[in-house]
Structure formats: C-alpha cells, structure tokens
Design a protein around this ligand. Structure first.
Ligand SMILES: C[S@@+](CC[C@H](N)C(=O)[O-])C[C@H]1O[C@@H](n2cnc3c(N)ncnc32)[C@H](O)[C@@H]1O
Ligand SMILES: [Zn+2]
Length: 382
C-alpha cells in the first residue's frame, strides 16, 4: 500500500500528528479499509489520556503500554507522544493500519515503540509472563471485547490498568438477550438506565474471568457514550474476596429497583413480577480518589471540554447507589411535565435523601430514595 496524498491526510489529535485515511474523515461511517480510524472517538481517546496520565503519575513500576487492537495507532501514538512512558507496543492484524501507524510515529519522532501484526490473543499471550506484562493494556475491538478478557487480564501486571471498549450496544442494551447471555454471562433488562446495566454486565463478565484466574479487578473509571461503553479497571494479582456480583431487580410496573446478591420474584412495593438483570457487577464503578486525581490532570492536556464536565459528574456520583432515575420517567409516572434536575436533587437532599447527577444521562439523577418516595417529594413541591 502506497501512502499517497489523494487517499491519506495528516491531522492533529490532542498533541499528536496522525496519518488517517481521507475517507474516515469524509464518510459518515468510517471504512475498515484500507484501515479503520474513527474521528468521532476522539473524546474517548481524550478520556484515555486523562485516565492513563492519572494512573501513571502514581505508578512505580515500568511504564509499558500494550495496545491489542490499535487500528492506525491513534490511541497508542497519543499515549507515547503526550504521556511519559518507557515503552509501547501496538498490534493490529491489518498491515495497512500498521504501516500508517509507523508513518505517524516518525511524524511525531517517537522512538520507544514496537509494532506487531498478530491476532490480538496471540499478541497478548506473548506478554503474559511475569516481567513481560503491560502496566496499561487496551482492548478496543469492533463489537464485544469479552473474547479478549482472558488474554487481556493475563497480560496486565499487578497494579496495572486494563481498559476495554464495547460497541455491541444492541446486545448489551437488551435487544438480543440470548446473545448477551452467551457473550457476557448475564442478561440485560430494557430500562431507562440501560447504559449502566450494560457497563455492569461488561464489568461482571470481566470480574468472572479475572476471579477464575485468581485476580481481582477494581473499577477506576467508566464512560458511557452514544456509540460505546469503556471501562478502566485496576488489576491486582490476588484472589477477589468481595461480593461484587449480583443482580439488579427492576419492576416494570412501578419503577422500583434495587440490587441483590440473590434473585427475587416479586416487587416489594407493588408485588408485580420483577425483571432480573444479571449476574452483573453491583460494586462501585468509580474510584472517588482516582476521579478526583483525574480532575487535577485534565488541565495538563489538550482534551475536549466535555472531559471536565463529565468527570465532575462522575465525582459526584462516585459513592451513590447503583442505578439512576430520569426526569422523564418520573414525569410519565406522574402524568405531568418533568421537574427541573437541580430542583429534583435539592428537594431529595432537603428530605434527607442522598442525591446527585449522573454522567450516564443529562436528565438522570441518583438517589437512595425509592420511587414512591420520589413521587411523594415531587407532589409536595408541585
Ligand atoms: C475499533 S478498531 C481500533 C481503533 C483504535 N483502537 C483507535 O482508538 O483508533 C479495531 C481494530 O482491530 C483490528 N482487529 C480486528 N480483529 C482483530 C484481531 N483478532 N486481532 C488483531 N487485530 C484485530 C482491526 O484491524 C481494527 O483496526
Ligand atoms: Zn413494583
């Protein structure tokens, strides 16, 4: 493949020059050939820069980044150019993508980089021995990352970060329940907070794989956007003693929901049959200290303004209950126009309930109040 001017273009993302296929910029859906690059995924790469910078600041071991499915190398090259790392290996099955990545690495004068053209699990398996593992490992496939969890966990060193992306939204959001059970070992339920269930299904599957390998995972940060779900977990080489796997029990009749280690049949508020999502991750999805540190790092990097806005919301919701409510859900229940988000949250707090915004939805709020208590509070303030 010749890297001719009419087919390729140099762009700058963050502080990094990238050679990309022209069509990936001009066409609505970026083509997979000659190589895949999605300009719309800039925000998620920006978040990666912030998360990895936060992690690297405190990490004492060797700083090695392993990228299993690099495409044209946008994420990995940004890591090498914008962060302080010792070594970087980027891997993709597509030789054209790697050729472009090599060209871009020269554009940025990156020296501490190696390229690899292997199937992702073969690549990660090469780095699965003590002393060879990555301190940051990224898995960013088309569709589900679940098939790569085993090799991803094995290739991440003790105390390192494993990041994954899922784009099989229809599966995780409950359109194809059987496919979700097959791929992630859990079942979704279609609810207003489906994106949170999806992230928890991904984390639940990752936890089950890690636990099987005698490894613990601790979620540091998660990101839910229109087209993808990303998770960042710390990997610790010790057996997981926590009860972080369970179910979300959701009543489609009255909107009541809760988490439980066990399945239950009936809603405790209206006695209707309850819908059960899971097994999935019911523990924390944000590490409060880590998210605070992310906010300190953001000003040091050329990242989208949304990073700060979203991270502030993540900080607020980091210790709040599992699942959120939406204003529309409350309004349709009450057959009235939706209350304002600030009012909803402050009225809940005035009534001694916890409440916060959520990064998962612009009209969502978290609270420990139950649906009947929320409705009472809205009525009292109408
Ligand atoms: C979603 S793209 C990666 C995008 C990239 N991480 C970024 O941030 O721009 C997925 C990539 O995985 C590669 N790929 C697909 N299956 C693979 C496999 N089994 N092993 C290695 N690479 C694979 C594709 O060639 C494609 O470049
Ligand atoms: Zn109910």
């Amino acid at each position: 493949m010749e890297l001719s001017d009419e087919c390729f273009q140099e762009i700058v993302e963050g502080d990094t020059k990238l050679l990309v296929p022209k069509k990936s910029i001009t066409e609505k859906v970026p083509p997979k050939k000659p190589a895949f690059f999605n300009p719309k995924a800039k925000l998620n790469r920006d978040f990666s820069i912030v998360v990895y910078a936060t992690f690297l600041k405190k990490f004492q071991g060797p700083k090695i980044f392993l990228e299993g499915l690099s495409g044209i190398g946008a994420r990995g090259l940004r890591v090498a150019k914008e962060l302080e790392i010792d070594n970087l290996v980027i891997n993709d099955l597509n030789p054209s993508a790697l050729k472009m990545a090599k060209y871009s690495s020269n554009l940025n004068d990156i020296k501490n980089i190696e390229f690899s053209e292997l199937e992702v699990c073969r690549f990660l398996s090469k780095y699965s021995k003590k002393g060879k593992r990555g301190s940051i490992v990224d898995i960013d496939p088309f569709g589900s990352p679940a098939a790569f969890f085993d090799c991803g966990v094995r290739a991440t060193m003790h105390g390192g970060i494993l990041s994954t992306a899922a784009t099989d939204l229809q599966v995780l959001n409950g359109l194809f329940q059987n496919a979700c059970k097959r791929k992630y070992g859990g079942i979704p339920v279609r609810t207003e907070y489906g994106n949170e269930i999806a992230i928890r299904l991904v984390l639940g599957c990752l936890r089950m794989v890690a636990a099987r390998l005698g490894v613990e995972i601790i979620p540091m940060f998660v990101e839910s956007e229109m087209h993808y779900y990303r998770t960042y977990v710390k990997v610790l080489n010790r057996p997981d003693q926590q009860e972080n796997i369970g179910y979300i029990l959701h009543c489609k009749n009255c909107g009541n929901r809760k988490t439980s280690i066990n399945q239950e049949l009936d809603c405790e508020l209206c006695e209707s049959k309850i819908s059960i999502a899971g097994p999935l991750w019911i523990g924390k999805i944000f590490d409060k200290e880590f998210v605070k540190n992310m906010l300190n790092e953001i000003p040091n990097y050329k990242v989208d303004k949304m990073c700060e806005k979203t991270t502030l919301k993540c900080l607020e919701e980091s210790e709040m209950p599992v699942t959120y409510f939406t204003l529309d859900e409350i309004a349709s229940k009450m057959k009235s126009s939706p209350p304002k988000l600030e009012n909803m949250i402050s009225n809940l707090q005035k009534n001694n309930f916890k409440s916060s915004v959520t990064s998962f939805s612009p009209t969502g709020f978290r609270t420990n109040a139950k649906i009947n208590e929320i409705v009472e509070i809205v009525k009292a303030n109408q």
